[in-house]
Write a protein that binds this ligand. Structure first.
Ligand code: DX5
Ligand code: ZN
Length: 232
């Protein structure tokens, strides 16, 4: 497992929605790598958040990649809108698309990185026939819909399994695929999450729930480095 090739992606879900532009600038200035943008439709998940217009509104506030996590059903119609709004990465839940292979192609055709999101009970086999179309795989470590939930421990086993699939793919000449984790990620568990194989870490309440974003992000990086030592 490579060291230091990791990313911290604060989830705006726990940011102050009345000051989103400022929150984006502050958290990137504090050392974050990506902005994680949670889109909920009160249909696929029982909550309602933000859409392409808000993505477009925050886009001028940072050059950092915007990582759009779609928790919507259906999926396809909203993809061109997010690409136009400045999204860099778009992930979706395969059960929410009638044709996941087509949806992955649609995201890439619009110039964005594409990925599948796996709920805690969604099997990793959804990856198997679309490996060549994946830029990222996102494992949910909570059930989607809300920030501030507790990390589901079995995700560590699933991360190892996903890591093995990705490593096998890449060692056979396949393209790079990032492995992202989302839900309940904190300073006190990020080391074991890294050791299990994740390289991209979404954290909402752990970062935006504290006054000093820089301190949390530094602590997370220190723990990520410790997790790498455990794994090597
Ligand atoms: C949950 C969202 C997550 C959420 C994570 O459906 O996809 O991105 O904001 O929040 P925390 O880090 O507080 O669990
Ligand atoms: Zn998310």
């Amino acid at each position: 497992m490579s060291t230091s090739n990791t990313r911290i992606a604060p989830s705006l879900l726990s940011a102050d929605f009345a000051r989103l532009g400022e929150e984006v600038r502050n958290v990137i200035d504090a050392g974050a790598d990506w902005i994680h943008f949670d889109v909920m439709d009160n249909h696929y998940v029982p909550n309602l958040t933000i859409g392409p217009m808000v993505c477009e509104a925050i886009r001028p506030h940072t050059k950092a990649p915007i990582d759009v996590h779609l928790m919507v059903e259906p999926v396809d119609d909203i993809i061109p809108q997010f690409a136009k709004a400045g999204a860099d990465v778009i992930t979706f839940h395969p059960e929410a698309s009638r044709h996941p292979d087509r949806t992955l192609s649609l995201i890439r055709d619009h110039g964005c990185k594409a990925g599948l999101v796996f709920n805690p009970a969604t099997p990793l086999q959804w990856m198997d026939y679309v490996m060549d179309k994946l830029d990222i795989v996102l494992l949910m470590s909570v059930n989607p819909g809300f920030g501030g939930q507790s990390f589901i421990p079995n995700t560590l086993t699933k991360l190892k399994q996903a890591r093995e699939k990705i490593d096998a793919w890449q060692s056979n000449g396949g393209q790079a695929i990032l492995l992202e984790v989302d839900g309940g990620v904190k300073v006190n568990n990020i080391a074991e999450i890294r050791a299990a194989g994740a390289d991209t870490f979404v954290a909402g309440s752990a970062i935006f729930g504290q006054p000093d974003y820089r301190q949390v992000i530094e602590n997370m990086r220190r723990e990520i480095a410790r997790g790498e030592q455990q794994a090597s």
